[in-house]
Design a protein around this ligand. Structure first.
Ligand SMILES: Cc1cc2nc3c(=O)[nH]c(=O)nc-3n(C[C@H](O)[C@H](O)[C@H](O)COP(=O)(O)OP(=O)(O)OC[C@H]3O[C@@H](n4cnc5c(N)ncnc54)[C@H](O)[C@@H]3O)c2cc1C
Length: 365
């Protein structure tokens, strides 16, 4: 018998949430190359839930995740993970189109000045999306890992998949320290490393492209910002939200092709972010308190991928979470678990079509 039924490569939000959904039903382990889980994309996000983000298929996953995030089961967490702040999509001319069914209303200039004091004159109006909320990402990720361990799952850190071969119904996985472990199924939840992990398993990659995004924490000469709505523009060239009383988190909405790596911000992107910010509000920029960057990873059609590889036995993909992997995690994990275990889906995701997310759409056998 193999050591595991399922071995998940990657201990970010994708691996942890799927692991927590299947632990207790199969023998499952997580392999994480770093000394702790969550050091890459999961630990570097902007931490918001925004239903309109990522297009209509992603919006279905975000909507199906909301109830779990707001009111998690009591054996998962004592408190919810969301704090509502709303989002204003500001525009100089045309209002943005949101996917169907998303609650939003038009805000004219007078109200916009109340929502974002000091906003410059060229921003004429906005679409206000009240449901936008902050997510307690660290709390959610650790609650998933806690549940995973409680149900018998094991997490190995400082443990990298170096290669894997399939034979006689199971995988033999070689770790970077030279040891081996066997498993019936490998789950690729390796984020930016999705394609390199597949190559190490001799599986044809899906074309998952990592793209760098920069975040800057700015101190500004204006107070009362903590509860500011998320502010973004209809053309997708920046977003910012209140962090402390006089500080904000800002991104230039960059999307720069990258190899998988420990991403770091570039001076030029920080400067670009500040330049764009100064065109939105008249708040003096006092200091860059900190900056960071992370890799958002996309399938060619920008829809995440959950499902068995059509050409390889025992190989499951859970990748391409783009800029929405936290806000979609509860629904994604439940959907992926039902596909992986070949069981009926949890009622919260029963309306989702697994074919939309299947790797078959990217790999014609
Ligand atoms: C700046 C930024 C802002 C974002 N903002 C938001 C937001 O507001 N809301 C939202 O929902 N999402 C947001 N995202 C996206 C979100 O962070 C990601 O979609 C999500 O974290 C992806 O999770 P993951 O588990 O797939 O990847 P990761 O967290 O990167 O985890 C993959 C793990 O695999 C491990 N690994 C790789 N190779 C191996 C190997 N060979 N062996 C063992 N382990 C391996 C890595 O070390 C890593 O820990 C943002 C992302 C960025 C970068």
């Amino acid at each position: 018998m193999a050591d595991f039924d399922v071995l998940i490569v990657g201990g970010g939000i994708a691996g942890a949430s799927l692991g927590a959904e299947i632990a207790g039903r199969v023998r499952v382990g997580i392999l994480e190359i770093e000394s702790q889980c969550g050091m890459h994309a999961t630990g570097r996000s902007a931490a918001f839930w925004l239903e309109s983000y990522g297009g209509s298929q992603v919006a279905l996953l975000s909507a199906a995740s909301r109830d779990f995030l707001a009111n998690p089961p009591s054996d998962f967490s004592d408190a919810g993970f969301l704090r509502q702040r709303g989002d204003v999509h500001i525009t100089r001319d045309e209002l943005p189109q949101l996917p169907p069914g998303i609650e939003a209303r038009v805000v004219e200039r007078e109200e916009l000045e109340r929502l974002v004091p000091g906003i410059r004159r060229q921003w004429k109006r906005a679409l206000f999306e009240p449901g936008c909320s902050d997510i307690d990402v660290a709390g959610l990720h650790s609650a998933y890992l806690r549940r995973f361990r409680r149900l018998g799952g094991s997490v190995a850190t400082d443990a990298a998949l170096a290669s894997a071969t399939f034979g006689s119904g199971s995988w033999t996985v070689r770790l970077s320290d030279g040891s081996t472990v066997t498993t019936g199924i490998i789950v690729n939840a390796a984020g930016a490393w999705a394609d390199s992990v597949s190559l190490a398993c001799d599986i044809q990659p899906l074309g998952i492209a990592p793209k760098r995004r920069t975040m800057v924490q700015l101190r500004v000469g204006r107070s009362g910002l903590r509860d500011l709505p998320l502010v973004d523009d209809a053309d997708g060239t920046f977003y910012f939200k209140g962090e402390g009383d006089r500080s904000i988190w800002l991104s230039p909405h960059d999307e720069i092709d990258s190899d998988p790596c420990d991403a770091a911000p570039e001076e030029i992107d920080i400067a670009l972010a500040i330049d764009r910010f100064e065109q939105v509000v008249d708040w003096p920029v006092e200091a860059v308190e900190r900056s960071w960057a992370g890799l958002r990873s996309f399938a060619p059609d920008r829809i995440p991928v959950y499902g068995f590889d059509p050409n390889a036995e025992g190989y499951f993909w859970c990748v391409g979470q783009g800029g929405f992997g936290i806000q979609t995690a509860p629904a994604a994990a439940r959907l992926a678990a039902s596909i992986l275990l070949e069981k009926p889906p949890h009622p919260s995701v029963a309306q989702l079509d697994p074919e939309t997310f299947s790797p078959r759409r990217l790999k014609l056998s």
